[in-house]
Structures are given as C-alpha cells and as structure tokens.
Design a protein around this ligand. Structure first.
Ligand code: PLP
Length: 367
C-alpha cells in the first residue's frame, strides 16, 4: 500500500532517544532545536492584529508584497546583493521540499557535507537523487579539495549550511571563496541554508550568496524569532529556479500562513535585540565547560556544539547520558559516523551548568 519511496527514509535514530526520554523526570534537556526565548511581543501583537483585521485568506502564492520588500531589504543590507526573485515559503523546510522537487532528477547526486541537517539526505532520497556525503571530520570545515574530489558528471548541486546544525561550525569568507572557486569551475548550483545567520559569533556573517551568484539562498524566522510553529521562511536566488518552486507551491503549500507573513514584516523590522550576545555567552559557557574532558570544536554560530563521545558509540554514550538525566542527540542522526553527539545550548544557564557537570562526570567515569 505504502509507496516504495517511504522505505528510503526513517526516523529511528531520534525516535529511540525520545522513547528513552519519556521515562525522564525533570530532564536536563539539551536536545531542543529552537531558542529558549519566546516570540517577541511586538511580533505576537502583529500576528493577532492581522488575524483580527480579517487577513485570514489565502495570500498570493509567492507571498505578500510587504514581506517580499522586507526580505529583499534584509538580503541587500546583509549580503549586498539583489536576488533575481524571492519566494515566501512555509518555513525553510517548505522551501527545501520545493527546491529538491524542482531540481533533483532520478540519479542526480546531491553533495552534502557530513555532518548535515537531516532533511537534506532524506529529500535527496525521496526525490530519486543520491546524497553524496563529503566527510568533514574532525574540524567540520568544507575544503575545496574535498569538494572537487566529490564532483562527478551526475552532480546536481551542493548543499551548505553555515552556521551548521549540528556542529555550529561557520565557514569563513576565505573558506566560502574556496567553495565558490570550485563551484565556478563546474557551474555548480549551491543551495545555501542560512537559517542561523542571526546567530553568527564572528564580527560579520559571511554568506555564500554574496560570493557566488548561482546560489539558492534560504532563510527563515524559526531560529531568529522563535517562530518555529508559525512556518515562515524564504527562498531567494536565480529567477528560473524560484519560478519553478512558486509553481509547485501553488499545488502543495499554496502559501505560507497569512498571519505569519504579516507578523514577519514586524519581525524583520524589530531585529533580534541582544539575542546574539546572549547566545554567544552561552556558547562560551558550554565550550569552556566541556573542552577539558571532551574533544570538541569551538562553534562560531547557531546554538549547537558537537563533541566527540569520550567512550563508546554515540548511542551508548547518549543512552548513558539519558540514564543520568541529560537529554542529548546521537551524532549518527546527523551523520554517517557514530562517534559524536549534539548538544543544543538554547537553554537556561542553570540547565547548561547542570548538563556540563553531568557530562563531565560521565566522561571521567571511564577514562
Ligand atoms: N535548516 C536547518 C539547518 C535547521 O536546523 C532547521 C530546523 O531545525 C531547518 C532548516 C528548518 O527550519 P524551519 O522551521 O524554517 O522549517
């Protein structure tokens, strides 16, 4: 009864963790992929007002003109470019679904630096393509030599995600220039998932879209404004691709939620206050707290850190962490390797401190 393509995807890795987690009382939860603050008050008000004013119907497929203008302004200010076209999507997830459907043919190879955000792999498989992973351990940088070696005549596109979920690693401008150099050699399309651009702890955020025109840029509101449940994002880039994605949106998502689009205009005008500084301080706290007992890279962005397990496989270590009341995610959920685990530090300082103490105790317990 069920289509064959469904056998290509599974959710077992994360399901097992959450099954175990159900038994936990008052867990130290370091697994959550969204900020620990709520949607800013002004943004909530804008959503409520737009519902009360009766702006509850379908919007145009491509998204309301006001939000288009705000997104274009954001991209111009942050990246210095004017994309050919923009589409407002139902979250970055919605944009990714449309992009993969519009671009990937049977047998096409999609280059994905490993570790990766898990949707890329599943979407490549679902759309008949083949994920081709570029191993970036141990420092999680994408080197141009590794990229060049992974390109074949079947390569369709490269997906990059900087700052990265799950590693927090953020490519420097020089590293992105290296990637752009190889992409140019092969006229390669780059899908750049920049959903964590607001949480970059370098002095400036280097974006692939500024350096290489054949970039399909995706961004959103889930992380910057904690609007995860409102389902709002955008795609910007080559007109030919955005037009096909818009056509597909007509027959799938139809439009992004209308109230969220109106609130999105307010969100972009409001910015993110001092959230970046607060999360930078949390990044310092978790990194400094773990670096003596764990082999760990200092992340430059997002709110994740991806240490190597001090002993055992990722599942073994995570199961032991859960028995000790800390909820983290095994690295193999995001990787072809089973050697690391993901911590989300989008949590209160008290939760982080408790988590650091328990994890260090676990690391020392078998040294
Ligand atoms: N891309 C990355 C790298 C993410 O980490 C996430 C969410 O965790 C998404 C996309 C999905 O975001 P959205 O809520 O906008 O669909």
């Amino acid at each position: 009864m069920i289509a064959r393509r469904m056998s290509l995807i599974d959710s077992s890795g994360i399901r097992k963790v959450f099954d175990l987690a159900r038994t936990m009382k008052d867990p130290v939860n370091l697994s959550i992929g969204q900020p620990d603050f709520d949607v800013p008050e002004a943004v909530k008000q804008a959503a409520i007002e737009s519902i009360k004013a009766g702006r509850n119907r379908y919007t145009v497929t491509q998204g309301i003109p006001e939000l288009h203008a705000s997104v274009r302004q954001l991209i111009k200010a942050g990246r210095g470019i004017e994309p050919e076209d923009v589409l407002i999507t139902s979250g970055v997830s919605g944009g990714l679904v449309l992009a993969f459907l519009a671009l990937v043919d049977d047998g096409d190879e999609v280059l994905i630096p490993d570790p990766y955000f898990v949707m890329y792999k599943h979407l490549a498989n679902l759309t008949g393509g083949r994920p081709r992973f570029i191993d970036t351990y141990p420092d999680f940088k994408l080197r141009k030599e590794a990229l060049r070696a992974a390109i074949t005549p079947r390569t369709k596109m490269l997906v990059i995600n900087s700052p990265c979920n799950p590693t927090g690693v953020t490519y420097s401008r020089e590293e992105l220039e290296g990637v752009a150099e190889v992409a140019r050699e092969h006229d390669l399309l780059v899908l750049s998932d920049e959903i964590y651009d607001c949480f970059c702890y370098r002095p400036e955020y280097p974006s692939m879209a500024s350096l290489y025109p054949k970039t399909l840029l995706m961004g959103g509101f889930s992380k910057s404004h904690a609007m995860t449940g409102w389902r709002l994002g955008y795609a910007a880039g080559p007109g030919e691709i955005i037009r096909e994605m818009t056509k597909l949106q007509q027959y799938s998502f139809v439009c992004a939620p209308s109230f969220a689009q109106y609130a999105g205009v307010t969100a972009l005008a409001a910015g993110i206050g001092n959230a970046r500084d607060e999360y930078r301080a949390k990044r310092d706290m978790i990194y400094n707290g773990l670096k003596d007992d764990f082999d760990v890279q200092k992340p430059d962005g997002a709110f994740y850190i991806f240490p190597k397990t001090p002993w055992g496989t990722d599942q073994e270590f995570v199961e032991e962490a859960i028995k000790n009341n800390v909820l983290v995610i095994p690295g193999s959920v995001f990787s072809e390797r089973a050697t690391h685990f993901r911590i989300s530090y989008a949590a209160t300082d008290d939760t982080l401190k408790r988590g650091i103490d328990i994890l260090n105790r676990l690391a020392r317990s078998r040294k």
